[in-house]
Ligand binder design. Structure first.
Ligand code: URA
Length: 202
């Protein structure tokens, strides 16, 4: 009798980030979502940023944080003195989940089970990069890293993820959605202050 392969059986024994990524693209965990968008940045990076999932633009380009949220993040990093090319950027879930509305693809938040299915891959990825600091951008990243739901307003600031120094802050998309210009500016400045604290930590 043929045995069905479980998800655990598909978890490869790999010895490099490239091999891990190859194994992931051979078996994308989410059938109805977009292509796999891998993490990006030097494997020697000392800071890793974890987002939620690729968006429409990221799915088209095959790179993380290249759409509107990425542009905001780029600007905030530059203000905080963080060089994007020297950090590692990735997502908790590596496929874009969306519903189609006419020509538009509307972002859908990943479910708890989708985040859970990607947790093993995220953990292995971060083991290879082995940064000194892991930053959770928003609640989905914090859930993936901590293994339980996290309220950003309560958890914002220094954290520990799997024994590694971490930091919880807001997701850049949240800042883009604040309708009031003045409130958005204040929230943006607080985000830059978090990035400065991250850049300044040992
Ligand atoms: N939002 C994310 O969380 N990740 C991306 O890569 C882009 C937008």
């Amino acid at each position: 009798q043929a045995q069905r392969l479980s998800e655990e059986d598909l978890r490869p024994e790999v010895s490099s980030l490239e091999a891990l990524n190859e194994a992931l693209s051979a078996n994308p965990p989410l059938a109805d979502s977009g292509r796999i968008v891998f993490g990006e940045g030097p494997v020697s990076a000392t800071i890793a940023f974890v987002g939620e999932q690729p968006g429409d633009e990221e799915d088209r380009m095959g790179r993380p944080f290249v759409g509107p949220a990425g542009h905001l993040l780029d600007g905030a990093m530059a203000e905080a003195g963080i060089d994007r090319s020297r950090v590692y950027l990735t997502n908790a879930v590596k496929q874009f989940k969306f519903i189609e509305r006419g020509k538009r693809r509307i972002h859908q938040k990943p479910s708890m089970s989708e985040v859970t299915r990607y947790r093993w891959w995220l953990k292995r990825e971060l083991d290879f990069v082995d940064p000194q600091m892991v930053v959770a951008l928003g609640a989905t990243a914090a859930l993936a890293l901590a293994g339980h739901r996290v309220t950003i307003t309560k958890a914002r600031g220094p954290a520990q993820f799997d024994g590694r120094p971490g930091f919880v802050t807001v997701h850049p998309s949240y800042l883009l959605r604040i309708p009031n210009k003045e409130a958005r500016k204040i929230a943006y400045e607080a985000f830059v202050a978090d990035l400065r604290a991250i850049a300044g930590s040992p």
